[in-house]
Design a protein around this ligand. Structure first.
Ligand code: KIV
Ligand code: NA
Length: 268
């Protein structure tokens, strides 16, 4: 088996072969994705794509830990990164460290990720200096949906472009080992990628980044609607619908279970 990826090994991939990253939320899926990925992210997107919430704002630390533990049991060589959820790291760097260290200790993951407005740079530094590698997340920050009025690509005004660039540079200078860039145009993603020392991982942020990430159920084709930046590599929705339909038909028609699925116990 290939060597286990670490925050340091991911960091060293800046400018090299693109980093392959996907989200994972459970052990069996993590096991299937692991051989193909450099990073498995236990994203707080799980609030929406696993738990059916309207945004990621309702996700708790306990949910992240539970799913982080599951993914760790399925992952062998990819670096597992766990998102710190809304409310667990913003108020102070001390509170961020207390919650991040719980995530690391209770899951065994190799790093955490925080949505990093400029205010978060000191938290990135505080955690990194104390032994917790931090992945930053700039551009569209889903945890800011309530103030942003939903999920909107970033960089439409000069002021907004400058702010995203500032967030990225502040996080990188504070020691982030990598950063997600979400929902920006190619020029902005390219400028950030050129200016920061750590690898950038794009989602809806063009091929100019040092790697790519997608929300796995989106790329598997589990949903009717997906954002523009998603490419579907599978058709999970049809697979599940067709299987459920066939199963229902066969149970109702008493064609399942059949002889092959029935125990015939030898007696005596
Ligand atoms: O929560 C998530 O899945 C993420 C990725 C989209 C980067 O943060
Ligand atoms: Na996230």
């Amino acid at each position: 088996a290939a060597k286990k990826a670490t925050a340091a090994s991911v960091r060293s991939r800046k400018g090299g072969e693109p980093l392959v990253c996907l989200t994972a939320y459970d052990a069996p899926t993590a096991k299937l994705l692991d051989p193909h990925c450099d990073v498995l992210l236990v994203g707080d997107s799980l609030g929406m794509v696993v738990h059916g919430m309207p945004s990621t704002v309702g996700v708790s630390l306990e949910m992240m830990i539970l799913h982080g533990q599951a993914v760790m049991r399925g992952a062998d060589r990819a670096l597992v990164v766990v998102d710190l959820p809304f409310g667990s790291y913003e108020a102070s760097r001390e509170e961020a460290f207390a919650n991040a260290s719980r995530v690391v200790q209770e899951t065994g993951c190799g790093a955490v990720k925080i949505e990093s407005g400029t205010y978060a740079a000191e938290t990135v530094r505080f955690l990194t200096e104390r032994g917790i590698p931090v992945m930053a997340h700039v551009g569209l920050r889903p945890q800011a949906a309530l103030v942003d009025g939903g999920f909107k690509a970033k960089g439409r005004t000069e002021e907004e472009r400058a702010r995203v660039l500032e967030e990225a540079e502040a996080s990188a200078e504070a020691g982030a080992f990598a950063m997600v860039i979400e929902g920006t145009d190619e020029e902005l993603a390219a400028e950030i990628t050129r200016k920061v020392a750590c690898p950038t991982i794009g989602i809806g942020a063009s091929a100019a980044c040092d790697g790519q990430i997608l929300v796995t159920p989106d790329m598997l084709g589990l949903f009717d609607w997906t954002p523009k930046f998603v490419r579907r590599y599978g058709d999970m929705k049809s697979v599940i619908e067709e299987a459920a339909e066939k199963y229902a038909e066969e149970v109702r028609g008493r064609r399942f279970p059949g002889e092959a699925e029935t125990y015939r116990l030898r007696k005596g």
